[in-house]
Design a protein around this ligand. Structure first.
Ligand SMILES: Nc1ncnc2c1ncn2[C@@H]1O[C@H](COP(=O)(O)OP(=O)(O)OP(=O)(O)O)[C@@H](O)[C@H]1O
Ligand SMILES: [Mg+2]
Length: 250
């Protein structure tokens, strides 16, 4: 199927999914004809537990392949001829139970920075800003595995913020968080939005997060409904069902 966009849109980093079907053990999870996720989009992904939010994000991140359909990226720097130009790594997926490296909080924040073309002063100012935003100052020397759930999520988002991905998918970024951590994460997500990062955010708690979003993807009845209308927080508020999650381990 031909994909047409105007020139300015086609320069933006974006992921397209077409005629996607996802099944597990021959049972359909969801199918969708078209989905487009590009820089500048801020999308609220809603769906009941087990509807397939995390699975959809993993598909868009190239971590898993859908049963049927095509998913491809556009507007990213082409890889050199000896490297595989796969979907992997184009849109960054932040797991609902973030993976952290063995080592200190500081190590986790700085590990991947070598990949970025930044001057020493740009690096240190970006790290400082992330530490302040996520209020990680007192935790820098702590081992990442000693952090609480909320602190882990703050660290993971701060690390993603430092890396400045063009497209970032945040899976339940404020679940398990107290109000203070929620506010910090919200400010970081807002900063990413101001920077033009494309954001796809799944959440059960809508409030502040929902208010940041401009589009709504809703997985229901095994398909994905897209709309430019984001429901008001009260309309979609659900009790925090985190304790009942049967999230995947992969
Ligand atoms: N690798 C897998 N093999 C078999 N079934 C799977 C696999 N991964 C996910 N599933 C199933 O697919 C369904 C959707 O899972 P997914 O984690 O995407 O849902 P979710 O909407 O993110 O749920 P939650 O709100 O609890 O995070 C679940 O029923 C899950 O058990
Ligand atoms: Mg999930």
């Amino acid at each position: 199927m031909a994909w047409t966009t105007n020139l300015s849109t086609s320069k933006l980093a974006q992921i397209h999914a077409q005629n996607v079907l996802m099944t597990f053990q021959k049972s359909t999870l969801f199918s969708v004809e078209q989905l487009h996720f590009k820089q500048g989009d801020v999308i609220y992904l809603q769906g009941d537990n087990g509807s397939g939010k995390s699975t959809l994000m993993k598909i868009l991140a190239g971590l898993i392949t859908p049963t049927e359909g095509t998913v491809y990226g556009q507007g990213f720097t082409p890889k050199s001829w000896w490297q595989t130009d796969s979907l992997l790594g184009k849109a960054v997926y932040l797991h609902q139970h973030p993976y952290l490296f063995e080592g200190s909080v500081k190590y986790n924040l700085t590990y991947a920075l070598n990949q970025l073309k930044l001057t020493a002063s740009e690096r240190s100012s970006r790290i400082k800003q992330a530490i302040n935003m996520a209020q990680l100052n007192d935790l820098l020397g702590h081992h990442a595995s000693d952090l609480s759930g909320g602190e882990r999520q703050r660290l993971a988002i701060a690390r993603a913020w430092i890396m400045q991905p063009k497209l970032l998918m945040l899976d339940e970024p404020i679940s398990n968080m107290d109000k203070h951590s929620q506010r910090l994460v919200l400010a970081m997500i807002n900063q990413l939005k101001q920077d033009g990062t494309g954001l796809l955010i799944s959440s059960h708690q809508t409030c502040g997060l929902t208010a940041l979003c401009q589009q709504h993807w809703h997985i229901k009845q095994k398909t994905i409904h897209t709309s430019m209308h984001v429901p008001a927080a009260e309309a979609v508020h659900q009790p925090n069902t985190t304790e009942l999650h049967y999230g995947t381990t992969n």
